[in-house]
Design a protein around this ligand. Structure first.
Ligand code: MEV
Length: 278
């Protein structure tokens, strides 16, 4: 059995595509892949590519179990690809090191995402809390404080990450908003290092993503309601506008109050911790 974990981008999605730094953390939910024998299987393109790139045969029968909602910003495709590659290499008796696993997972990501920054594979493969800049050595952040957050499901976006990245590329606002997001990322990184609150900065980043045009109407409505009740809110990942916007980070010193609110409104959510000891 091979396991990997999903990720949550705390700050800097979309900006990271433009060579800026983003901060990402791995989360407790993930993917488990088990080899169950041989036989014909109908794999999706990412799994088929992962098997091929790892040097395995397509008639390998794998059982894939995932806790991660697909296409909702938690790194599901990178986590599946990395777990499959690990499992295939294990079966071949050729265990893989982290750097090679990152490289091969990034190749698989290109199927679904066109030109991914590599932040999802980096988070899935190296884990922990990372400051990631495309093409540069990643920086593991040693954050002594734990930050609790809720991840709320605003619905699966109909748009792919590739489409959202293209939409941002075509917006006249992009350069200006990306600069402001980059400032928030720096601020959050400093605050993590000093064990300070990051809620307000997360919220500012959330508002900037709305300004960038990657958050749909329903998610904006929910954000506004949660903000009016005192929470800090930001979508995480590529976002989506036509229907759902994927997962949304909610931070507050009183998470119990927001859990009750979300339960009453029948939103799906889970709690996770980043930083400190998990
Ligand atoms: C997706 O998790 C994050 C984006 O910045 C795309 C990427 O970095 O490849 C939207």
């Amino acid at each position: 059995m091979s396991k990997t974990f999903g990720k949550v981008i705390l700050s800097g999605e979309h900006a990271v595509v433009y060579g800026k730094t983003a901060i990402v953390a791995s989360i407790g939910l993930g993917v488990r892949v088990k080899t169950v024998g041989k036989g014909k299987s109908d794999y999706n393109p990412v799994v088929a590519k992962a098997i091929e790139i790892a040097g395995g045969s397509q008639d390998l029968k794998l059982e894939i179990e995932s806790d991660l909602p697909v296409g909702s910003g938690l790194g599901s495709s990178a986590a599946v690809a990395a777990a499959v590659i690990k499992e295939v290499r294990k079966q071949l008796g050729k265990p893989i090191d982290q750097d090679e696993l990152f490289r091969l997972t990034l190749e698989c990501e290109k199927i679904a995402h066109g030109n991914p920054s590599g932040i999802d594979p980096a988070a899935v493969v190296y884990g922990g809390l990372i400051a990631y800049t495309k093409g540069q050595p990643l920086e593991q952040l040693l954050v002594k404080r734990q930050y609790k957050l809720l991840l709320v499901d605003t619905g699966k976006p109909v748009e792919s990450t590739k489409e959202m990245v293209e939409m941002v590329a075509n917006s006249v606002k992009t350069t200006e908003v990306i600069e402001k997001i980059t400032y928030m990322v720096r601020e959050i990184k400093d605050r993590l290092g000093r064990k300070q609150d990051i809620g307000n900065c997360i919220n500012q980043n959330g508002l900037l993503l709305e300004e960038l045009g990657v958050v749909g109407e329903d998610a904006i409505k929910l954000s506004n309601k949660l903000r009016s009740l005192g929470a800090d809110v930001k979508i995480t990942g590529a976002g989506g506008v036509q229907t759902g916007s994927g997962m949304m980070i909610v931070m507050s010193s009183d998470l119990a109050k927001f859990k009750e609110f979300l339960d009453n409104k029948q939103f799906k959510y889970f709690e996770t911790i980043v930083g400190g000891k998990q």
